[in-house]
Design a protein around this ligand. Sequence first.
Ligand code: PMP
Length: 299
Amino acid sequence: MQYYDASTIIYYDGKFVHATEAKTDLYSQSLHYGIAVFEGIRAYNTVSGQAKIFKAAAHFNRLQRSSELVHIPYEYSNEQLIEVSYELLDRNGLQDAYIRPLIFCGPNMGLGKTSEAHIMICVWQWPALLGEKLIRVVTSPYERPNPKGFLMEAKVSGHYVNSILAGQDARDRGYDEALLLDLNGNVAEGPGANVFFEKDGKLFTPPLGNILPGITRATVLHICKERNIEVEERFFKPEEMKGADAAFFCGTAAEVVGWESYDDIPFAKSWKTTSSKIIQEAYKSLVIEKQKDYSTVLA
Ligand code: PMP
């Protein structure tokens, strides 16, 4: 995957610069210890023919909260960062795109707080997938980090070592994606997506606490409310999902992606006949709707 070339423009500490010319400090605390925060945001070419950043405010609010939780100074206006993101799309000629803001620390080889922070935002082309492909999911031998040791509601770079290990392991074993359990053996989430399953027309998803509070998860809950689809947020073991009617991952990158099987066990219903499929369709139309910022609701 090529993320940039000689003409790509990024935003770096208040300036628009060429990606190939931007420099960073090899003594950054972020590079050595994984303390940085980021967001994964999508822009879609909408029905009006203009790019819309989906849930821009919710993403930048979470970026700010992540930064504050791990004590990285956050001295930016989110409104301005949203404008910068639109300008980046424009300058790079992109509409269907992925937007990646990253806040990282200045030089510090110690384990104390770093007073110097930097911001970079880059964008790259990412066609709307919104696909029909169903995926094969396997329980990961890697658990999600203990929430007493990490701030699981923050989107911290270092947390993604756990995600990478789990995802690689699942793919090495011939599956599409991993499902990680929490410290108590309950279903938690995927390496980069939240999880729902469906039984008798009702949906179930783990409560907040041991998972990243996904913006797509909040959107799915909102869609369910609008359409009178019942959802219960509670802990459950993987066994409860096996042989259920359907299951899906949801996340900014993943969108809403249905499962073909879980630990090699197929689901009871054909995806096309489920409420989960209705939610997938609703999400598809929502992201390409015309208005700029549909909602800033965070669950
Ligand atoms: N869980 C994890 C671990 C993630 O990395 C992501 C992606 N940010 C999600 C859930 C889904 O979050 P969102 O819907 O906000 O993209």
